[in-house]
Design a protein around this ligand. Structure first.
Ligand code: NAP
Length: 305
């Protein structure tokens, strides 16, 4: 398979997309075009081209994607199903590799695959599998990276520094895979540099495996005066709340927390990756010292929760 030169990044203004863009620019081997909604007011570095598109128009998308080798989608939850026309336009335009907006825990684990929060990603995966069968010149790669590390620390999901009674999900001792946003960007660049090895499959990557209690231990080193009394929260209770919200038609991040906690911290849901593709993608594991730096940074930026 030939190499990738021209890359389109969709949703590059988002929390993840902005760091993926940075990593793709840093790789210094791609011509990058950003696709953004017509309504988007986001600004991008002058080294990238920007195309504002209507995601409902396959014809318009096809024109925007002509001459592109790869499409990387980092759209947020609200835009996930817009990837269906995007995939069709990619095929029409001759795009070789599509990386959808997956970037989560292991939605392929048989228990996680039943969680309502993953049903749209699973539908996109199925659409990609079917299209790749019919169009052998078209291929896809899914990237799973566990919960975001730096993002989750700053938002106090991994450990609520600002609370005296931070939640420990099912006790706080479950090891889980976690990855910084920039490392996800490096994984994207790594996939685009290893087309054959990553063709039509899921790749797994993580910076490290940690537990909530380990993060609290590090936080305690930086704030020895703090008295935290972690409270065990049953994930089953959070899942029940998420089910209630979904039943009322509320599907945002807050409403999804129970399902996401289940996938990341729940026993038997594959939150701790057993096999990763770090070596193939050229991504070394982070060390305890790296984690300390990330925790310290997050604590310095965390306001009251
Ligand atoms: N593993 C984890 O811990 C974790 C955590 C959070 C998110 N994620 C995943 O990471 C991916 C990106 O999430 P994010 O939080 O970075 O996304 P985000 O910031 O909510 O959105 C990313 C971009 O998507 C575009 N967008 C928004 N609504 C859209 C729509 N209706 N149609 C098309 N484009 C739309 C916007 O770009 P423009 O304005 O430029 O068009 C936006 O900046 C998702 O797959 C999400 O599930 C994983």
């Amino acid at each position: 398979m030939s190499t990738i030169t021209n890359v389109v990044l969709v949703g590059a203004s988002g929390a993840l997309g902005s760091r993926v863009l940075e990593a793709l620019i840093d790789a210094a081997v791609f011509n990058i075009t950003v696709l953004a909604r017509k309504s988007s007011e986001a600004q991008f570095p002058s080294s990238v081209q920007v195309s504002h598109v209507d995601y409902a128009s396959i014809a318009e998308l096809t024109v925007a994607l002509k001459g592109q080798d790869a499409v990387v989608s980092t759209v947020g939850g609200a835009g996930l199903m817009n990837q269906i026309p995007l995939i069709e336009a990619s095929i029409a335009a001759g795009v070789k590799r599509f990386i959808p907006s997956e970037f989560g825990a292991d939605a392929g684990n048989p228990n996680s695959a039943k969680l309502p929060v993953y049903q749209r990603s699973i539908a996109i995966h199925k659409a990609l599998q079917e299209q790749a069968k019919v169009h052998p010149e078209f291929s896809y790669t899914l990237i799973r990276n566990g919960m975001f590390l730096d993002w989750g620390l700053v938002r106090q999901y991994h450990f609520a520094f600002s609370s005296e009674t931070p939640p420990f999900y099912d006790g706080g001792d479950r090891p889980f895979s976690t990855t910084t946003l920039y490392t996800v960007g490096r994984a994207v660049a790594g996939v685009l540099g290893h087309l054959d090895e990553t063709k039509n499959r899921v790749v797994y990557v993580h910076d490290m495996i940690v537990t909530q209690r380990q993060i609290m231990g590090i936080a305690q080193k930086f704030a020895p005066e703090k008295k935290w009394n972690p409270v065990t929260v049953d994930i089953a209770d959070l899942v029940a709340k998420s089910k209630e919200s979904y039943a009322k038609g509320v599907f945002d991040l807050n409403a999804s927390i129970g399902f996401l906690c289940q996938a990341v911290y729940g026993e038997g849901y594959g939150g701790e990756f057993q096999n990763v593709d770090n070596e193939l993608l050229g991504i070394p594991l982070k060390t305890e010292a790296d984690l300390e730096e990330l925790v310290r940074d997050a604590m310095s930026r965390s306001g009251p929760k």
